[in-house]
Write a protein that binds this ligand. Sequence first.
Ligand SMILES: Cc1ncc(C[n+]2csc(CCOP(=O)(O)OP(=O)(O)O)c2C)c(N)n1
Length: 567
Amino acid sequence: MPTAAQHVAIALARHVSHVFGVMGNGNAYFLDALLRETDATYTAVRHEAGAVVAADAHFRVSGRIAAATTTYGAGFTNTLTALAEAAQARIPLVVVVGDEPTSGPRAWDVDQIALASAVGARTYTVGRLDAAATTVIALEHALSYQVPVVLALPYDVVTREVGPVPELPELTLPGPLAPTAFAAASIDRVAAALADAERPLLLAGRGAWLAGAGAALGRLAAATGAVTATTALGRGVFPEQRYDLGVTGGFGAPAAMELVREADVAVVFGAGLNQFTMRFGELFSPAAHVVQVDTAPAATHPRVDDFLRGDARLVAELLADAHELLPRPTFASPGADAAVGGGRKTPWRETIDAPALRAQEPGAADGRTARGRLDPRTVAARLAELLPDDRVVVTDGGHFLAWPNMFWPVAEPNRMVMVGTAYQSIGLGLPSVAGAVAATGDETTVVLGSGDGGGLMALADFETAVRTAGGRGLAVFWNDGAYGAEVNLYGLKGLAREPMLIPEVDFAALGRALGAEGVVVRELGDLERLAEWAAAPASARPFLVLDLRIDGEVIAPYQHEVIRANS
Ligand SMILES: Cc1ncc(C[n+]2csc(CCOP(=O)(O)OP(=O)(O)O)c2C)c(N)n1
């Protein structure tokens, strides 16, 4: 007779193909059922935070929900930072976790429901009569609200025989959020504002990508002559890169950011407008009219003048349709005589050279600073030339985040994934590798970017990264012998430096200990190994670790913005 654990595993595996976890008393029977009774793939990680991070990264890369599993108590509390990140970033996933028995807590139990709730995750507790149904409802909640959920397995329930697995319904999920009545009534007004603008700008974020708004936004940009830009999580949303300024905010190129300040009307789609995107309030000129289109209940930044609630794709389509119905043509088609065509101005986007505007400040030409260490800008630019095009980049947090974001082009938003940025946590990079590996095909290279501080924090899942990615994996450690972001903020203010420093750790040797190949990179020439590696098929090469000995005194522009905002 099937047990409750089997009911949960079978119901879960109908919709989830990958489960990441660490085993213990609380999830042993669930794991046994999962491996024996379902086709789901189980990947062991080495720290429970890594299980949630891997499931999170899996969703961010593939758009498909995954699960994490841990034992009760310590196994569960180990997930909390990663769970907070998933909640704040609005990533659906299921954490299948052991819990206290229905008879009440034992000496080692903690109030897991309260803990999950405190970081923003709802718990569904499985009972003996409803194990499969509760699993389906938990999945529906995660996907409908785009949040992580906890599926709790009481210790005494999992082993109970509960009868045949019932017929399971398909998931019932809501469609895209229709524009509110106010938003629908505002379409003509916003379309007219875009048409009348001298310098219209469209800015899109991850919400626009999730809504599949790319084509509609491309149509709207073409119709209005708007220059486009994205947030760090929305890169590549607009189909035409030749009119795109790249990332706004501190990772953006200086000339591109100056141009954004010239916009007189800016319409923002599916972007939360956090302090980094907004350059701490400086992104738009005070005179610009800023419209935000989002599924959030209200505007997410005080700078927003007009808020339209609705799905980014639906609203972009309505705006493009409305623009086409306007009584006057906005501008002549390219090359046409303005007088004959009735056009009244040159589209703003035709007046700019976006690729030149996107150029970043280069580093030292020979790749070395006066202190004899690597210039991170030059090495980042060289890495961009050497990395395989078919890649997914997963990163930790820290000052170094600037270098991949500024210098590595991204084909689609789901090819640069930063687990940890919503909750501003470091230490979630290395376990992201396993999730990205499971989410992509054999041809795709998974590239990790990490600082030395975040890398050391996540060391347990360095093993997971090497084991799961094998020759598909490459880890790039931006090694400055410090918690660089802290040095830049508090070291420069004169605070005691000792807590900010890290001995020079040999990540190449650490990688070798785990079965990878490790290269210490002290000059640009040391990157030649990457050229050979990239040319070999993944099956014929090892996981490669590049330990970049960078100069921490080269400070990224976004860090200067943070320093200014903090002083
Ligand atoms: C879990 C956690 N602990 C501490 C911090 C504070 N913090 C933010 S950035 C940072 C330094 C990161 O250092 P490293 O990973 O070496 O990257 P770098 O800044 O040097 O590029 C620290 C400690 C944090 N954000 N998250």
